[in-house]
Design a protein around this ligand. Structure first.
Ligand SMILES: NC(=O)c1ccc[n+]([C@@H]2O[C@H](COP(=O)([O-])OP(=O)(O)OC[C@H]3O[C@@H](n4cnc5c(N)ncnc54)[C@H](OP(=O)(O)O)[C@@H]3O)[C@@H](O)[C@H]2O)c1
Length: 321
């Protein structure tokens, strides 16, 4: 089968379209013929090997040679222990080791997999998994946003952020979206009440305070986040720098004891029920997956470059076949 393969960390230039063995499903896995995949920042991080946690599967070279965490396709075969799906089912979901999706076929377990609604395209379905998991858990399950609360989403014009804006508005919050100037209009069109261009204004220094901050791109000190939180406010870091993670682990508990402000990492759980919940919202017209651009499998390097260079508004999708 054809797949986008890389053997070393680097720029999109290290990605090559290669012929590789079609994977064989284990007893608890399904073989999925991939019709569409989507790009996440985690793919960019896995490609470049930055931040350092992106090298967890290989310090010097990537162990997993195929990136791609979000897929949608049809089930071609199932292992003997697979209970919920059968050949022919149209499915979408998250590859649990965040790789293997930029290929014509992928094997994965039933976890973080759901049936694709008939009215949804494979591209739309592939745009959902990782971004929706982060947004649902950051805003709803762990963030527990209440009507009237002030919510700030940092990195709101990207994959997780565009879902997060919509979920926070659905919960009745007053939403501020932070991203670069190219994405301000998009954030407003999704319902953001206020938008901030991060290249011009630092949201931790403008005197505003929030009940909840969901940060997909944390690179400040924990004291900056503390300043931007209301008393009893909550901050969740979904992605960002290793230095910020260490500060959060070391100082988060102390900040909570001394000020009541909660500054924590968001550890995303990957449960199929979240995929079902978000598709129900999409089918009801309450949430839309935002797809900026589509590329073919052979153009995956260009698609990653587009995201890495800061242009992607919402999601970028790879149409595989
Ligand atoms: N915690 C967990 O369990 C978990 C699970 C899965 C993934 N993750 C992580 O969650 C993150 C998800 O990101 P995503 O896929 O939504 O990324 P994305 O689509 O790239 O969105 C991130 C957005 O942030 C913007 N941005 C960049 N620098 C910024 C800054 N300094 N201030 C404000 N915005 C800035 C980006 O704009 P530009 O175009 O200007 O760069 C982009 O629009 C990744 O880091 C991933 O590794 C965490």
């Amino acid at each position: 089968m054809k797949a986008i393969v890389y053997h070393q960390y680097g720029s999109p230039d290290v990605l090559k379209l290669e012929e590789v063995h079609k994977p064989t499903p284990a007893d608890n896995q399904l073989l999925i013929k991939v019709y569409a995949a989507s790009i996440n920042r985690s793919d960019w991080e896995g490609l470049t090997g930055k931040p350092l946690y992106a090298r967890i599967g290989g310090l010097i070279k990537p162990n997993n040679k195929i990136l791609g965490s979000d897929i949608a396709g049809t089930v071609e075969a199932v292992g003997k222990d697979v209970k919920q799906f059968k050949p022919g089912d149209e499915v979408f979901g998250l590859m649990l080791n965040y790789g293997g999706g930029f290929a014509e076929y992928a094997c994965k377990s039933e976890k973080a997999l759901a049936l694709k609604p008939a009215g949804m395209t494979f591209e739309e379905a592939a745009a959902i998994p990782q971004a929706a998991f982060i947004a649902l858990q950051g805003i709803r399950e762990k963030g527990q946003v209440q009507p009237g609360q002030k919510v700030l989403i940092n990195g709101a014009g990207g994959g997780a952020g565009t879902f997060a804006i919509q979920l926070a508005k659905l919960a009745g919050a007053e939403v501020t979206g932070v991203d670069n100037a190219e994405k301000l209009e998009l954030m407003q069109s999704l319902g953001a009440d206020h938008v901030i261009d991060y290249t011009k204004e630092d949201f931790t220094k403008n005197g505003q305070q929030y009940d909840l901050i969901l940060d997909v791109i944390a690179n400040r000190s924990v004291f900056a986040y503390k300043r931007a939180l209301k008393p009893n406010g909550s901050y969740f870091m979904a992605g960002g720098s290793v230095a910020t993670i260490f500060q959060m682990l070391l100082l988060g508990p102390w900040i909570r004891r001394t000020s009541g402000k909660k500054i924590r990492l968001l550890l995303v759980q990957t449960d199929s029920k979240d995929l079902i919940y978000i598709t129900e919202l999409i089918e009801a017209g309450k949430v839309v997956p935002v797809i900026d651009k589509r590329y073919s499998l052979s153009e995956t390097a260009e698609a990653l470059r587009y995201l890495g260079e800061g242009h992607a508004k919402g999601k970028v999708v790879i149409t595989v076949q």
